[in-house]
Design a protein around this ligand. Structure first.
Ligand SMILES: [Zn+2]
Length: 445
């Protein structure tokens, strides 16, 4: 009696808490408390009475885990979902995606496409994503409206688009955007040179210099296909990774997306540099680009995160599907069923993603003091029975629709599958409007 109880904003009492660190740990019948947007306590449910919560949620058949981190995508391209399928990367890009983008991409296109992506990502357990697309200023605004956390990379190309004229223009607009959001709690703005085959060496050198000066991450498509590597060797006499390393672009803040073509010495180079690799298995499989040697990279000491890539080459933004595919593909491609176990796949979708974007002290695991970016997954359904191993169930047998609640920085962004800051009907109507507009343009052109 008379004891002062610790006050918390929200207390979530669940069947299982998966902290992710340490990898593989499952805390049965535990509770997580949120105070001022951060995790303030993780304790057995039997001790939840020690806390005085403004709001208490009891979810005895849910698992609570860190929000998933989708480390690579192009959110606005969700409007191209299913527009051009069953093609290899270069014909897909040059004959379909780029011509359509030059015709349709605008602020309005990006706004509607990003909202569609945000709704899908939040409804499938993603609470932080990395994006690369034109009009990143619009993407930033939409993220803040929806309450989503993001690393927004501003694209750099040599060629013009609706957003910029040349590499210098993209860089200058991107750095202005970075200044605008320098103090944002949810957003970071970083360099996103598209790839070594769309950005000149001169522009890449400028980015390397600026990134070092400003201590900013660089996110780039790299070694996506074997052809990219052989073409570069024919043109420059060396492999693209070597070119970037020579320029000084491969360091601890570099995020190399795809990496399906890797030699042993290159894995060592990445490990020594401390660079991260972003693995996008479903996009790589669909475009028949190749497969990233995930287990070998991890054995070499390289941080490997996961991304969906855009809905135009996946065709969804579901990180539960991506975890499962990553685990299965690693086993198939290495002929080793022990490669990439479930707990490792979950780490890749959470803490490894956080590490890749330099946010490992803030998100990616459930630890006291970290940002309260959490998701609750309903395991009460028949498809989750029987429950021998919760992490195995989450990776191999969970549908994205089992995610019922999400929080970003302690703010509830989805409750009982309803988004709190996005109107699903409006998002759908806008997507359908673009579908009709793009289809009509295709018929007349
Ligand atoms: Zn991509």
């Amino acid at each position: 009696m008379g004891r002062i109880m610790q006050k918390v904003d929200t207390l979530i009492i669940t069947g299982w808490v998966i902290p992710v660190l340490p990898e593989g740990e499952v805390l049965e019948n535990h509770a997580v408390a949120i105070t001022a947007g951060r995790i303030s306590a993780i304790l057995p449910a039997s001790r939840a009475g020690e806390l005085e919560a403004a709001e208490t949620l009891e979810m005895p058949e849910h698992a609570l885990l860190p929000g998933l981190v989708n480390c690579h995508g192009h959110a606005a391209m969700s409007l191209l979902r299913g527009y051009a399928d069953d093609l290899a990367l270069m014909p897909w890009l040059t004959q379909h995606v780029w011509p359509l983008e030059s015709q349709h991409v605008s602020e309005e296109f990006v706004q509607d496409g990003v909202n569609l992506a945000l709704a899908e990502m939040l409804r499938s357990g993603t609470t932080c994503f990395s994006d690369m697309y034109f009009f990143p200023n619009i993407t930033a605004e939409m993220c803040l409206q929806a309450g989503m956390r993001a690393q927004i990379t501003f694209p750099v190309f040599d060629f013009p688009s609706a957003w910029g004229t040349d590499a210098d223009d993209y860089i200058s607009k991107g750095l202005t955007l970075r200044d605008d959001y320098k103090h944002s709690e949810l957003l970071s703005i970083v360099f996103g040179p598209h790839s070594p085959y769309t950005v000149s060496r001169q522009a890449l050198e400028k980015i390397a210099m600026l990134a070092a000066e400003l201590d900013l991450p660089v996110h780039i498509h790299l070694h996506e296909t074997a052809a990219e590597v052989t073409d570069a060797v024919a043109l420059n006499g060396e492999r693209p990774l070597q070119t970037l390393a020579d320029i000084g672009l491969i360091g601890p803040r570099t995020q190399c997306v795809h990496m399906t073509e890797l030699e042993q010495t290159e894995m060592e180079l990445l490990a020594v540099a401390g660079a991260s690799v972003i693995h996008c298995p479903e996009s790589n499989m669909k475009l028949a680009s190749g497969s990233c040697p995930v287990a070998e990279l991890q054995a070499a000491g390289v941080n490997v995160a996961l991304g969906t890539d855009s809905a135009a080459s996946n065709n969804d933004l579901n990180m539960f599907g991506e975890m499962r595919t990553a685990a299965l593909l690693a086993k198939l491609s290495s002929a080793d069923a022990t490669a990439l176990p479930a707990a490792r796949a979950l780490s890749m979708a959470t803490i490894c993603g956080a590490r890749a974007i330099g946010m490992q002290d803030q998100i990616g695991s459930l630890e006291i003091g970290k940002q309260a970016d959490l998701i609750a997954v309903d395991l009460s359904g028949l498809e989750s029975q029987p429950l021998y191993n919760v992490i195995s169930q989450l990776v191999y047998a969970t549908h994205a629709s089992q995610v019922t609640h999400s929080w970003v920085a302690g703010r509830n962004v989805m409750s009982e599958r309803l988004l709190t800051a996005l109107d699903a009907e409006t998002v759908k109507a806008r997507a359908q409007h673009w579908g009709e507009r793009i289809s009509a343009g295709r018929k007349t052109s």
